[in-house]
Design a protein around this ligand. Structure first.
Ligand code: GLN
Length: 505
């Protein structure tokens, strides 16, 4: 085949005029369908890319080369037998918070060191059924608690757009792997912003679906009333494809809803003409980076040009998002993490008595941020404080949800910044936990309300000689993923910021 320059073990992955490693899901599908490439070739391309570059980016905690190649081989055979599902033969990366049968599951914590789950997440089982290939497990902040992957017990992932900086978190490994072309797409989890913030810092696309849209079965639990799996992709079309593949009711997760799963891809091209989009006034706070505010305002102008009507709206309880989240999330995680007792999962300190073994296992197994939160959550739930903190927080959570309900009486979608700051240099983020907790102000209220949101590339801001990606998020009514995908697609097609690739070899 002319122009075909494919080989394993070096940096040349050209097929025709295309760089294989930079392909999206939909581009890969087209090449797989016409047999221009095989799933084995595609998988090999990503495995060599990981080998070439991951010692600089550190997206992965575990690469499953042999298994991935066997899955790719099986996908090629299924295709030869006439099958053609959207994910057939597509290599994916999985945040190490989501269980995949046969692969280690660490949650980037020492306490799970050596744990290989005997089961897997429903989302993974669905993808496996559709013929996807699992390249490996990606890095994160320990138990998804953080902003930068610096809380990982193992390694800090680097931002492909400036390796001196963090990629965001907690799904930073998945975001960096997508941005650095170490995978076609990835799964992350979002409890309070963990797919959206790293996507906005790596020029990639990530969706936090409606709570109940995607099964949490097999996801390592952080805060059960907030956790959601989210697709992390190179573009909006891929996001629609991956969301459809994992969404739906699951008898193993009673919080999933029976709502039918629409064909998200089919609805992408409807445009935004005549749509009403709200711009929440409370999402422009003192101290936010002016470049981020400018990017959001540019996006507003762009949507207006495309025919949308953008108007200000108020979400008056926004300021309570941070305190409510850190009461609800810590309460829930203190209960969820009680199971790591040195008996059933992973690491055990091996002390003589039961209590001493609990103490030592948990003392050595958990990192400082996780311990801080367990202590906070235990306090929040303790006798005499439960009503004052947890119950009160749940009431305010209802008010936050009501803000969104009211806004959606007038608007089809909302537009907002994702994070108030740019990706910081490794080791140079805010040192005061409260300042860090405040950095989630734009992603926590939506998570508490359970509404869907998608983060899309919205431009670049120059800082210290680096050109740093900024995202914007679109927020929708419960189960209106199709609407925000449509807005995101129109915006992406009009701007094409994703074409700016990181300056990696
Ligand atoms: N940064 C937030 C936290 O540390 C959100 C994390 C997440 O969504 N998993 O809790």
């Amino acid at each position: 085949m002319s122009g075909r320059q494919f080989s394993v073990g070096d940096a040349q992955y050209l097929v025709g005029s295309r760089q294989l490693k930079a392909l999206t899901i939909h581009e890969s599908q087209a090449l797989l369908r016409t047999r221009e490439i095989s799933a084995v070739e595609l998988t090999n391309a990503y495995l060599s890319r990981i080998e070439q570059i991951d010692n600089r980016v550190h997206s992965y905690l575990h690469v499953a080369s042999d298994r991935a190649l066997a899955q790719a081989q099986a996908a090629d055979e299924r295709r030869a037998g006439g099958e053609d599902t959207p994910l057939l033969g597509i290599p994916l990366a999985v945040k190490d918070m989501i269980t995949v049968r046969g692969m280690p599951a660490t949650a980037a914590s020492r306490i799970l060191d050596g744990f290989v789950p005997p089961y897997e997440a429903t989302a993974i089982a669905k993808l496996r059924e559709q013929g996807a290939v699992f390249l490996g497990k990606t890095n994160l902040d320990e138990f998804a608690m953080g902003w930068s992957t610096e809380n990982s017990a193992f390694v800090t992932t680097r931002n492909p757009y400036d390796p001196g900086r963090v990629p965001g978190g907690s799904s930073g490994g998945s975001a960096a792997a997508v941005a650095a072309d170490e995978t076609v797409a990835a799964l992350g989890t979002d409890t309070g912003g963990s797919v959206r913030q790293p996507a906005s810092w790596t020029n990639t696309v990530a969706m936090r679906p409606t709570y109940g849209r995607v099964s949490r079965w097999g996801v390592i639990a952080f805060a059960s009333s907030l956790d959601q799996i989210g697709p992390m992709t190179k573009d909006v079309r891929d996001n629609a494809i991956l969301l459809k593949a994992i969404a739906g009711h699951d008898p193993m997760d009673s919080t999933t809803m029976p709502e039918p799963v629409p064909d998200y891809e089919a609805g992408l091209e409807g445009g935004v003409k005549g749509m009403r989009i709200g711009l929440p006034r409370e999402y422009f706070v003192d101290g936010m980076h002016p470049g981020i505010k400018a990017a959001v305002m540019d996006a507003v102008a762009q949507l207006t040009d495309l025919g949308a009507e953008v108007e200000e709206v108020s979400l008056p309880h926004t300021e309570y998002g941070m305190p409510v989240y850190y009461l609800v999330a810590t309460a829930e995680l203190s209960a969820n993490l009680a199971r790591y007792d040195g008996v059933r999962y992973g690491f055990s300190a091996g002390a003589d008595s039961m209590w001493e073994n609990y103490r030592q296992t948990r003392g050595q197994g958990f990192g400082p941020e996780v311990k801080r939160r367990i202590i906070l959550g235990t306090y929040v739930l303790s006798a005499g404080y439960y009503d004052a903190y947890y119950l009160q927080a749940q009431k305010v959570r209802t008010l936050i949800r009501r803000d969104f309900d009211q806004a959606f009486e007038r608007f089809d979608a909302l537009i907002a910044p994702v994070a108030p700051m740019l990706p910081f240099k490794v080791g140079e983020g805010p040192t005061d936990p409260v300042d860090l907790y405040l950095s989630d102000v734009f992603t926590l209220p939506t998570a508490l309300a359970g509404v869907p949101c998608i983060s899309v590339p919205a431009g670049f801001v120059q800082e210290d000689g680096a050109s740093l990606p900024v995202g914007v998020q679109f927020i929708g009514k419960p189960f209106a993923e199709a609407t925000i995908l449509r807005v995101a697609y129109a915006f992406e097609q009009a701007t094409r910021f994703r074409n700016v690739r990181p300056a990696l070899p």
